[in-house]
Structures are given as C-alpha cells and as structure tokens.
Design a protein around this ligand. Sequence first.
Ligand code: ADP
Ligand code: S3P
Ligand code: MG
Length: 178
Amino acid sequence: MKNIILIGPMAAGKTTIGKHLAQMLDRPFYDSDDEIESKAGINISWIFDVEGEAGFRLREEKMIAQLCEKHPIILSTGGGAIKSGKNRLLIQENGIVVYLATSVEKQLQRTKNDTKRPLLQNAASKKELLESLALERNPLYESTAHIIIQTDNHKPKNVALLIIEAIEEKFKVDPVRV
Ligand SMILES: Nc1ncnc2c1ncn2[C@@H]1O[C@H](COP(=O)(O)OP(=O)(O)O)[C@@H](O)[C@H]1O
Ligand SMILES: O=C(O)C1=C[C@@H](OP(=O)(O)O)[C@@H](O)[C@H](O)C1
Ligand SMILES: [Mg+2]
C-alpha cells in the first residue's frame, strides 16, 4: 500500500490535515519535523540556531529517508523538504504526493502568533520572505506532486476529504486500499 505524503509551504496545513487524514484512513501519522525534534531531543529553532539551515536540512533528509521506509503511513513534511532533489525523488517513489497550496495572505494570518518557524522568526519582513519562498518553491511543489489541492477556502477536515476524493478520482481506487 502506498503512503500519502503532504508537501507545501509553511502553514498550508500539512501537519493539521495529515492528522485528520490518518484518522480518517486509519493509518499511522508521522510529521518529519516532529520526528526530527524527538530524535534530536531539541527543537527546530535550536537546530537552526546551532547548526544553521544546512544542519537542519541534513537531519531532514535522513529522517525523510527513514520515514519513507515505513508503509503505509501518512507523512507530513516540512515546507522546505522539497528543496532536496533526493527528497523529491524519494517521496515520489514512496507515495502519493499531495501539494497543499495556499496564499501568502493565508500564511500570514495563520502564522501571526507563531514562534516555532525559525525562517519566519528571523525575517525582517515575513511577507517578503514568504513571497520569495513561494517564487522559489512553488514550481518544485507543482512538479513533485501527483495531486494539488487548493486549501484556502476549506476547513482542515474538509481538505482531508478533498484529498480522499482526489485520490479516488485520479487512481480509481478506494484510498483505504491505495
Ligand atoms: N485550511 C485551514 N483553515 C484554517 N486554518 C488552518 C488550515 N490549515 C491549517 N490551519 C491552521 O494554520 C496553522 C498552521 O498549520 P500547520 O498544520 O502547522 O501547517 P504546516 O504543517 O503546513 O506548516 C495551524 O494553527 C492550523 O490550525
Ligand atoms: O519552509 C521551511 O523551510 C520550513 C518549514 C517548517 O515546517 P512547516 O512547513 O510544517 O511549517 C519546518 O520544517 C522548518 O521551520 C523549515
Ligand atoms: Mg508542519
């Protein structure tokens, strides 16, 4: 059985929607950021502070490779996971990749009180940072994904249902069995 792997920018809802999806499909849920933190015993902000983004990306590559060995799971990745060509290939080979798309406006709303995303915390302008990440990364999300879901006008549970419907439609199979 195939994994379902969620990609997309910060605050697209990957972590939240992945949990709903796992519950609906009765599968184990993993979030690569949470797994990195529990394995390291330290949080992502600390990793960025001490090891820089490069150190975090190395840990992320290793964790995604480990998680891709598990089947069948729901895997939520971090927004920058698709920067790595190795990650892109691995997730495409090991699951149905779903891109949760959102707008910078929604990202700003949803991260207004956030303290856990170092890229945002360190930005002089959150809006400019998110816009430049979107320019750089949206083409990668698009080319990596098997399915793209626009999340902006839907509640998280509804997005999970849309994912199930899209899998049924595209693969002509019940997602419980896909
Ligand atoms: N479709 C949505 N509608 C409203 N709020 C959402 C939606 N998706 C996510 N959120 C909220 O946005 C915040 C970030 O969501 P999260 O799941 O952590 O995103 P990601 O893992 O993609 O960074 C959370 O507070 C979450 O409840
Ligand atoms: O976009 C990024 O580069 C990042 C996104 C975060 O995950 P979410 O997308 O779940 O916020 C987390 O992996 C880290 O802060 C870096
Ligand atoms: Mg997340």
